[in-house]
Design a protein. Structure first.
Length: 95
């Protein structure tokens, strides 16, 4: 399987450790530091001991590519960096 990825977005995260919460002010400061990497949107998640931020450069999937993203129940969250340009061919191959 072949793929092509373009990495442009900015990602930041904090793991605060046992019985601690990451400070929102630190997450916002980190998001500000990577904002230039993704001028098309910023996504933040503070959940327990984990905080993640993503600055998005929208190239493909402009309407539905906001991050971080979760499963249908909101139990699992993820962020990724990159665009898979041959996603149509990969989708067809995986089906």
């Amino acid at each position: 399987m072949r793929y092509s990825v373009n990495c442009m977005c900015g990602l930041a995260g904090i793991y605060a450790g046992h019985d601690r919460r990451p400070p929102k002010s630190l997450l916002l400061a980190m998001a500000g530091e990577v904002r230039h990497r993704g001028p098309d949107g910023t996504g933040l998640l503070l959940d327990g001991r984990v905080a993640i931020a993503g600055a998005r450069l929208a190239i493909v999937d402009l309407e539905e590519g906001d991050q971080p993203f979760s499963d249908e129940r909101g139990w699992f969250w993820a962020m990724q960096n990159g665009e898979i340009y041959n996603y149509v061919e990969l989708r067809d191959e995986l089906r």
